[in-house]
Design a protein. Sequence first.
Length: 240
Amino acid sequence: MLYAGFYPRIHDKNLDPSEAMSFYFSTYIERDLRQILQVKDLGNFERFMRLLAGRNGQILNASSLAGECGISHGTARGWISVLQQSALVYLLKPYYRNLGKRLVKSPKLYFLDTGLLCWLLNIFTPAHLDTHPLRGAIFEAYVVAEFLKSLYNHGKPDTLLYFRDQKGHEVDLLSETQAETLLCEIKSSATFHPDFIAGMNYVETLLAQPVKKRLVMGSPDEPYWFKDTHIFGYSNASAM
């Protein structure tokens, strides 16, 4: 599922995902986006996209990315902005409201389709993905995209955030509305471990209102409860 991604034509026509993504990149991304962005060096833009894919799930550092590509910081920002508007990448904003802590205040970047992400990372089979060092980050992108799709499909605004401070405390997803606060950890591990909820335990003590939902997405088992945390299998992410 992660390897194939979610572009409808791949499933409707039973296409080879890697071949389909190659055509997609060379037509829509290279042709159309190149014209919008007025990219003169196509090889530079493809290198930019592949380096961006390697940073999926990481805090965005546009200056570092621009330096590796040999482009200006403003150009890198402009290209990322158009990729956002084209629904190819998503910037997950940090949570830093009224906590009085030294928090990370830069967004994390995710690709919204794992099939395109795999192709950009030169992952051409599901077996390769299964042992790839970025498999966890790819799974994280999938869960973030499913949460985002669920909000939009229910006519709700994007309320997704992440939490990280300079001492290493972190929660992958945080959603705070007037109705409820949700915390979620994303783990591609096949086995749940109590350490997975340590970040949620810490962050819950800092928030202004009680947390109504605590989730861990990752275990392939049927959903179950561990104390006050709901453990969901990765096959249930699309149901969220």
